[in-house]
Design a protein around this ligand. Structure first.
Ligand code: IPE
Ligand code: IPE
Ligand code: MG
Ligand code: MG
Ligand code: MG
Length: 295
């Protein structure tokens, strides 16, 4: 599959994800501002890469994308919470996200914090609803997402991201940060797709390798795009990492070398699929898209 076809798949399936997410908090509840703040960030666009990776993986193992949507939505709920908190003044202090003022700019810091909390918690409410698959597999999906999001995953990465901001840092630390803050959740997306569709243990191992390599490439490119693209193109403030003196690959190795390493990670991701006999043009195409994207 060409990169263009993969991008189209992402766009199409992303629209299905958008439509599903719009149903989650459609009714008015009290306190209205909480639901407004949650919907503000959840329905503000974004590439929907994590849920779409989940759908594409489940499809590779014979499930229909539409059946996986409720589970895939949980990934976007966690991701969306992480972005709201990441943009807060105590974290990256950014004013723009997905081309719009950040959540705290519109609703204030307290509501933004709580909207993030609510989205994270709802992810697990969502993932524990009946999914129409055997409960042991569903339980593993819940475990995979929790492990990827919490103190062994994204939160650990975000802590070191903050701790090492403004320090010289080293490659080992940077690798820890990228693996935890980004790659774990991206790997969880493909693992959850595999679990949903009943992939075997060897295939699950390959999916974890694919997802982790892809996730590392994804964050390397996020760091590159922060340097090379405009705020308008990104929909978030360009140069945010430099402003903070964040520990990034471009800072340690330069843009060209970072790109090269990201491409290498994508090759590793695709090899992991091939080595285990997982045949999915979509997953291979999405991996290649990650290093060619411009936002
Ligand atoms: C941004 O993720 C945060 C990172 C982990 C780099 P995305 O680039 O997937 O953001 P959206 O969802 O498309 O806005
Ligand atoms: C954030 O990394 C990763 C998260 C867990 C949210 P960044 O701080 O680089 O993400 P952006 O660039 O603000 O989207
Ligand atoms: Mg950050
Ligand atoms: Mg940030
Ligand atoms: Mg970034």
């Amino acid at each position: 599959m060409s990169i263009e076809a993969a991008r189209q798949y992402l766009e199409e399936q992303g629209r299905a994800v958008d439509a599903y997410l719009a149903t989650l908090f459609a009714e008015t509840h009290r306190p209205a501002v909480l639901f407004q703040a949650m919907n503000y960030s959840l329905l503000s666009g974004g590439k929907r890469l994590r849920p779409v990776l989940c759908l594409a993986t489940a499809r590779a193992f014979g499930a229909a994308e539409t059946d996986v949507l409720p589970a895939a939505a949980a990934l976007e709920l966690v991701h969306c919470y992480s972005l709201i908190h990441d943009d807060l003044p105590v974290m990256d202090d950014d004013d723009l996200r997905r081309g719009k003022p950040t959540n705290h700019k519109v609703f204030g810091e307290a509501i933004a914090l709580l909207a993030g909390d609510a989205l994270l918690t709802y992810a697990f409410e969502q993932l524990s609803k009946p999914l129409g698959i055997p409960h042991d597999r569903q339980l593993r999906m819940i475990h995979v997402l929790a492990h990827a999001a919490g103190c062994y995953g994204m939160v650990a990465g975000q802590v070191e991201d903050i701790q090492y901001t403004g320090t010289a840092g080293d490659e080992e630390t940077l690798a820890f940060i990228h693996l935890h803050k980004t790659a774990r959740l991206i790997s969880a997306a493909v693992e959850m797709g595999g679990l949903f569709a009943g992939a075997g243990e060897a295939q699950m191992k390959a999916l974890r390798e694919y997802g982790t390599s892809l996730g590392l490439a994804f964050q390397m490119m996020d760091d590159v795009l922060d340097v090379t693209e405009s705020t308008e193109q990104l929909g978030k403030p360009a140069g945010s990492d430099e402003r903070w003196d964040k520990l990034t690959y471009p800072r340690l190795f330069g843009v060209d070398e970072t790109r090269r390493r990201a491409e290498q990670k994508v090759e590793q991701a695709i090899s992991a699929l091939h080595a285990s006999g997982i045949r999915s043009d979509v997953l291979a195409g999405l991996a290649q898209y990650v290093v060619k994207r411009r936002n």
